[in-house]
Ligand binder design. Structure first.
Ligand code: ADP
Ligand code: MG
Length: 307
């Protein structure tokens, strides 16, 4: 569970932990429900819907003894899923956390970044239900470790994979007890790998760049996810934002469409994030890293800052 304030919603007197879950209960689209609630209209499909109090989720953190599983996803490629997953993993490593990344994209981008391609122990084996041992790709002075289950170029060719296989295997193979964080990096299409990544996550973060095409993809994806009734917390992050290069005011469109689901601070557009994608040793300038910390804090449970 993420730390922070969660908006509770009442539907016919029963409380739901988010607008998202209320939308699933009513059987309507999230963005639509958000707009109706904001406009103060409270009867939807004959159901009485009201915004209730907000609840602080900090207390859940203290009782949690297992890994938090995070999936950055969208139904479109090139939105920044792998870049932000890399940054997230590196920041958590610097904080001394034990992090497992499972690369579920047949394009193997994440595995490529760390030089782990064509490995026998990979996410294709994990999705087939076989015992899979992660590779430790990095450790930190703070005591953290970054472990990786690399992808396989033939991952997409698996047939008859149940959509909860990853969730089952993460638990069955003891990974949820072994790690502080598990980051799943799926492809940009709604296929079996992505469904596995979404259904295994405690926190689903939909990443869309600050562009008209990414905004539309994000809106459609959120609508589709709300129809699936997924269990996870769902948030949206607007990536690669630049005040100078947003003539169409796309950030405002994100704010309007996603309201409370949108992480308050967009991730800025920065060339150093591009660099990190092919050189994980590259040290992001302190002032730029600072801008990304708001994202790390919102995406994880961590309140302290990495070096
Ligand atoms: N915040 C950002 N600023 C600048 N470039 C970015 C940012 N986020 C991602 N990119 C660039 O966008 C491209 C696609 O990113 P990637 O993480 O591979 O997307 P995905 O995993 O969603 O397909 C890469 O070239 C990456 O460097
Ligand atoms: Mg990717």
């Amino acid at each position: 569970m993420r730390e922070g304030n969660r908006t509770l919603v009442n539907v016919d007197g029963k409380t739901y932990p988010s607008i998202f879950k209320a939308a699933v209960e009513i059987g309507c689209n999230y963005s639509w429900l958000w707009c109706r609630l904001r406009a103060g209209q409270a009867t939807i499909k004959g159901r009485r819907v009201t915004l209730a109090r907000t609840e602080n989720t900090q207390t859940r953190r203290n009782t949690m003894k297992k890994a938090m599983t995070i999936t950055l996803t969208n139904c479109k490629g090139g939105t920044g899923k792998t870049s932000l997953s890399t940054f997230l993993a590196e920041q958590l490593l610097a904080l001394g956390k034990k992090v497992l990344v499972v690369d579920l994209d047949p394009n193997c981008s994440f595995s490529e970044i760390y030089g782990y391609v064509l490995k026998d122990s990979n996410s294709k084996a994990l999705m087939s239900g076989l015992k899979t041992e992660p590779y430790t790709v990095k450790t930190s002075a703070a005591g953290g470790a970054l472990d990786l289950i690399p992808s396989d170029l033939n991952l997409g060719q698996l047939a008859n994979i149940i959509d909860t296989q990853i969730k089952i295997q993460l638990k069955k193979q003891g990974f949820v007890e072994r790690y502080d964080y598990i980051i799943l990096d799926p492809p940009g299409t709604w296929n079996s790998q992505t469904r596995n990544a979404v259904f295994a996550a405690d926190s689903v973060i939909v990443v869309g760049k600050c562009s008209p095409l990414d905004f539309e993809a994000t809106r459609n994806y959120i609508a589709m996810l709300s129809e699936c009734g997924i269990e996870a917390d769902t948030t949206v992050v607007c990536n690669a934002y630049s005040a100078q290069r947003d003539p169409d005011k796309i950030l405002d469109k994100y704010r309007e469409a996603f309201g409370g689901l949108l992480l308050p601070a967009p991730v800025p557009e920065m060339t150093s994030l591009k660099r990190l994608a092919y050189d994980p040793e590259y040290r992001i300038r302190a002032d730029i890293a600072e801008k990304l910390r708001a994202f790390v804090r919102a995406a994880t449970l961590e309140t302290e800052d990495a070096e």
